[in-house]
Design a protein around this ligand. Structure first.
Ligand code: ATP
Length: 306
């Protein structure tokens, strides 16, 4: 958290007001490199959440004018549905997430939340409506209760514990000597990657946003932990409009729409079965992952036989 405060102080008061958003975005964003060019228009109205729909319309974006990163990207996420972004490293998946959070302004096209152009509403109201579960959560050097309550400051203790239970970490917390008063973070009790992610999930459950942006963990977690976390994540996304960056295709079999990105373009789109039938890049990625998993299982079996 110390690392987070330094750049925030440096940017000044304006950025301190959206500290919460920065912390929510944590590792999804490169704080130091972030440009300070996103500004509200005068008297920007608040986002009015109605149905919970997201639309990306013909979006073009670059970090450096010499190289386009997203080229004419269009897609919609219907209320309560889940859209998954997949594709090779560097294809632009995380960039889409950052743009949804309006961390940068786009160069052409429009991003709409319930029909409202995100450049024409206040950033605060947009970010209030979005819950983010990053790959790797940074916790405050504070109690677990504080860390979960961060999702919604006025939540009472019962609500904090209910959220923790829904994120499947309540029982674990009760086993700590100081329970919810246990201080965590860098200089406190160290939580595992999976436990930290559960705290982030509990925060999001407590915040109860209409929109969820999810950056699935790449690996780090063992398979059983992964499965349990997947169950909690499914709960967070249920009935919320969700955009997920997926690394393991097995977790998005039920997504309402899968977008396959390559070099900043959508090269295939559809549901899991449609994409397999298409027999293109997605089908190839699926075959590759299945093969890897089988190999892993095989090597695990070998180990257990030894
Ligand atoms: P991964 O799966 O590895 O996370 P990704 O699909 O999420 O990759 P992005 O992080 O969106 O890819 O990156 C898309 C492209 O934009 C890459 O070529 C990357 O090098 C570039 N890029 C990302 N962030 C920045 C930045 N802050 N400044 C300049 N270029 C960037």
């Amino acid at each position: 958290i110390v690392q987070l405060y330094a750049p925030l102080n440096y940017f000044g008061t304006y950025y301190r007001t959206i500290q919460q958003s920065f912390i929510d975005m944590e590792n999804m964003l490169d704080l130091m490199k972030a440009e300070v060019d996103v500004k509200d228009i005068d008297n920007a109205p608040e986002l009015n959440v109605t149905k919970g729909e997201i639309e990306f319309r013909d979006v073009c974006f670059h970090y450096n004018s010499s190289r386009p990163v997203l080229k004419n990207i269009s897609f919609s996420v219907l209320p309560g549905q889940t859209v998954a972004l997949v594709g090779p490293s560097g294809s632009g998946k995380s960039t889409i997430i950052r743009l949804l959070f309006r961390f940068y302004d786009i160069h052409s096209g429009t991003i709409l939340f319930d029909g409202q152009d995100i450049t024409k509403i206040s950033q605060r109201s947009l970010r209030k409506a979005i819950g983010v579960v990053p790959q790797d959560t940074v916790l405050f050097h504070e109690s677990i209760r504080y860390n979960v309550r961060y999702g919604r400051a006025d939540a009472n203790d019962d609500e904090v514990e209910e959220a923790a239970a829904a994120a499947d970490i309540h029982d674990r917390v009760l086993r700590f000597t100081d329970k919810y008063d246990t201080v965590v973070g860098e200089r406190g009790l160290k939580l595992s990657g999976g436990e930290k992610q559960r705290v982030a999930i509990a925060r999001t459950i407590l915040k109860s946003p209409q929109f969820v942006l999810l950056d699935e963990a790449t690996s780090a977690l063992d398979t059983q932990t992964e499965r349990n976390i997947q169950t909690s994540l499914t709960k967070v996304c249920a009935n919320r409009t969700t955009v997920v960056v997926a690394h393991r295709l097995s977790t998005i079999i039920n997504a309402d729409l899968i977008l396959v990105l390559k070099d900043g373009e959508i090269i295939e789109r559809g549901r899991h079965e449609d994409l397999l039938e298409m027999n293109g890049k997605y089908a190839q990625m699926w075959a590759q992952q299945s093969e890897n998993e089988e190999n892993n299982d095989a090597s695990r079996n070998l180990i257990s036989l030894e």
